[in-house]
Design a protein around this ligand. Sequence first.
Ligand SMILES: NC(=O)c1ccc[n+]([C@@H]2O[C@H](COP(=O)([O-])OP(=O)(O)OC[C@H]3O[C@@H](n4cnc5c(N)ncnc54)[C@H](O)[C@@H]3O)[C@@H](O)[C@H]2O)c1
Length: 249
Amino acid sequence: MSSSVKRVVVVTGGSKGIGRAVALKFAEEQAKIIIVHYDPDEEAADETLNLLAQKGIEAISRKVDVSSFGKMEDFFNELLDKYKKIDVLVNNAGIIRDALLIRMDENAWDMVLNINLKSVYNCTKSVARTMLKQRSGCIVNIASVVGQIGNAGQANYSASKAGIMGFTKSVAREMASRGVIVNAVAPGFIDTEMTRGLPDKARNDLIKQIPMGKLGSPEDVAETVYWLCSNAANYITGQIIHVNGGMYM
Ligand SMILES: NC(=O)c1ccc[n+]([C@@H]2O[C@H](COP(=O)([O-])OP(=O)(O)OC[C@H]3O[C@@H](n4cnc5c(N)ncnc54)[C@H](O)[C@@H]3O)[C@@H](O)[C@H]2O)c1
């Protein structure tokens, strides 16, 4: 592929876990990859850049808080100045701040809704005009199975992920006629830093709810994200694709 036809791919939360696997998957087509993270240090992001470099990709990493509309708009404007287009946006950054509702403070609610859901508005809004003008683009939002079925202790997280599903369907309807497709992937229980913190008992109880009897890998999710942005899926929009080992059917 010549450089002008390389896709420009932005992955939020690309320093580790699912976002890193998504970036590495897009590296297989030699795309131009930009990752966003908000880790306290650059260690994980540098590791992602190293892994991408091993695949021949000189990727870019930026530490930007996805929950800030102004900062994300500036970030995307900078990218557009440089690349003139954005082909793929993967809204993947996310956090958990779990507590039962009676113990959940306002800060835990606001943080999760801002980082998981408002961020999807911030980034999608920042690229929407460009993608509409291009008459092409692929947006994949990372939701979660708990946005569909709920989970005790995750009222904030489940609400943010259910919000992503509604947002995805509405924006898909708005952009479909101009060739921009918008879908969500809803992972089940995936083996990343986010889930490694769980106590053994909670982890084993969760595995019992998975018909396939095991956690998913970040690569399982990345494959689906990549497929949604491939020609094989170009008549699919407004869908929530579940990748969960049968946890929700
Ligand atoms: N791991 C799972 O089991 C699972 C299941 C369903 C959905 N998900 C979702 O998948 C996505 C990725 O999860 P993961 O398990 O890979 O998480 P992770 O904790 O391994 O990585 C999270 C990423 O998000 C970034 N991030 C966090 N806050 C940010 C902010 N304010 N601004 C910019 N970036 C920020 C981090 O820097 C990191 O790169 C999340 O949206 C998560 O909710 C994960």
